[in-house]
Structure formats: C-alpha cells, structure tokens
Ligand binder design. Sequence first.
Ligand SMILES: Nc1ncnc2c1ncn2[C@@H]1O[C@H](COP(=O)(O)OP(=O)(O)OP(=O)(O)O)[C@@H](O)[C@H]1O
Ligand SMILES: [Mg+2]
Length: 258
Amino acid sequence: MASTQKGGGDGQGPCLLLDDLTVEFGGLRAVDSVNLTIETGERRVLMGPNGAGKTTLFNLVSGIYPATRGRILFYGQEITRYPIHRRAALGIARTYQVTNLFRCLSVAENILMSCQALDRSKFVMVRPLSSYRKHVNRCDQVLEEFNLWEKRNELVKNLSHGDQRHIEVAMALAEKPRLLLLDEPAAGLSDAETKELSALLKRLDPSITILMIEHDLDVAFEFAERITVLYHGKFLTEGTKEEIKNNAVVHDIYLGAE
Ligand SMILES: Nc1ncnc2c1ncn2[C@@H]1O[C@H](COP(=O)(O)OP(=O)(O)OP(=O)(O)O)[C@@H](O)[C@H]1O
Ligand SMILES: [Mg+2]
C-alpha cells in the first residue's frame, strides 16, 4: 500500500530499511551496525536511555550526517548518500528534539515556509501569482486541519510550549511526507497537552509511516504497535508493548532507571 503522494523509489519493499547503519564521531560509534525495518503505515517508537543514539539515527535518515557505513533504503531506493533536500523531496520529514521555529514570525508564516520548502520554483525571482496561491491555499488547509486557524496571526514566541510543539508537527506534515520522524514531540508538555498531541497523532493519515522517539511510556505505548530499543548506539531489542514492558534487560537499563 505504497503511497502515491511523492515520486521516487520503486514503491517496493518496506518504507524504511536500515542495513548495518553506523556513524562514528572520532572514536565514538554513536549508531553501531543498526538493522531496522519499518513497514508502510507503521507507527513505531524508538526508545533508549540518554545518549543511546536515537537522535543521531534520525540525523542519518534525514541526511544531516553522512553514514560511516551501512545503507538506508526508502521504499527500496538507496538514499544513503542523498543530500537532505533530496530525501525531503522523496517524502521524509522530521521534527527536532529542541523546538526549531521562527519565533518572531506568525504561526501562518511558519507553516507557509514549510509549504513552499520543497517547491523548486522558490528560487525563481519572477514567477506567476498562482505559484504563491498554491502555497497559501495549502497553508490555510494545514491551519484548519490542525486547529490552528484561530491562532494563525499570533507570533510563535507568544504561544505556549504545547502550541509550539503542535505547530512543528503541522509544519512537518505540510510537506505531505510518506515518512515522519518525530523526535520527542511530547517533551516538556503538560498532561493535557500530551493528551492533545496523542489525539492529533491518532488522527493522522494511516498511510503515513511514523517513527517517534519517546521517553514517556504512556505516550509510547498508546501510539505504537512495536517498540525498538537502542542502547549505546546498538539495537538492543524490538517487540510489542507487552514484550518490552516485560523485558528484564530493558527494565534494568531503561525503565528501571526512570
Ligand atoms: N555531531 C556529533 N559529534 C560528536 N558526538 C555526537 C554528535 N552527535 C551526537 N553525538 C554523540 O552521540 C551519542 C548519541 O547521541 P544522541 O543525541 O543520538 O542520543 P539520544 O539517544 O538522542 O539521547 P537523548 O535521549 O538524550 O536525546 C552521544 O554520546 C552524543 O554525545
Ligand atoms: Mg535525542
């Protein structure tokens, strides 16, 4: 059930396949020979203690760091050496662990920037009005879809942390991705905000594949069918909620440390 939202890839195989993926920073192997398969439409949580390599793995998949070794396949197409923008154009979007918005711009202006981010014509100085209209229409659609219409003219810096996290997810989705990488989207949210975020994630198009880094067990267990645990850059284990909850090693190195 490969999505037709974006071109590229032969549509065969899982949404994401990591094969022996490794990155070294000096002597530190932050991601160490990781093999991982994520099927289309899957909701997967990536867990692991601080420094386990979770964000680094996202940085490798989204193209921020080049891999030292191994391969990244997106719908069967090898993207290991592709630059960031080419991966984004294929349909890989992400949010960041630390909020990454233009704080002095309005909600609508932030969303609009995401809407035009992948448009190659943005570099053309003189272009038809319709090309702007297309992005403005998409922006309005995203504002409506994510209940941000009322706040569209507010400056981001004046909004709550919860609202800002919500906008980041909306911005990533404005690009109509096939694979969404969420790096601790619930970090720093109140219980009510976390519930709202969980509800928003549940409403998303089921054909979008989502890989989420999450420390909050309630959020993780509500969101994902399967959970993968990293430890010291290495794949430690993978399983259902029950399997992960009852895994003694996971309990010792991660849950036990809570
Ligand atoms: N650009 C870099 N240069 C050097 N070391 C790095 C770099 N990026 C990450 N690291 C190191 O790689 C390891 C993994 O970091 P990473 O941020 O991926 O962990 P994490 O699992 O996301 O942890 P957290 O739960 O705290 O966010 C850490 O030891 C970190 O210091
Ligand atoms: Mg991290």
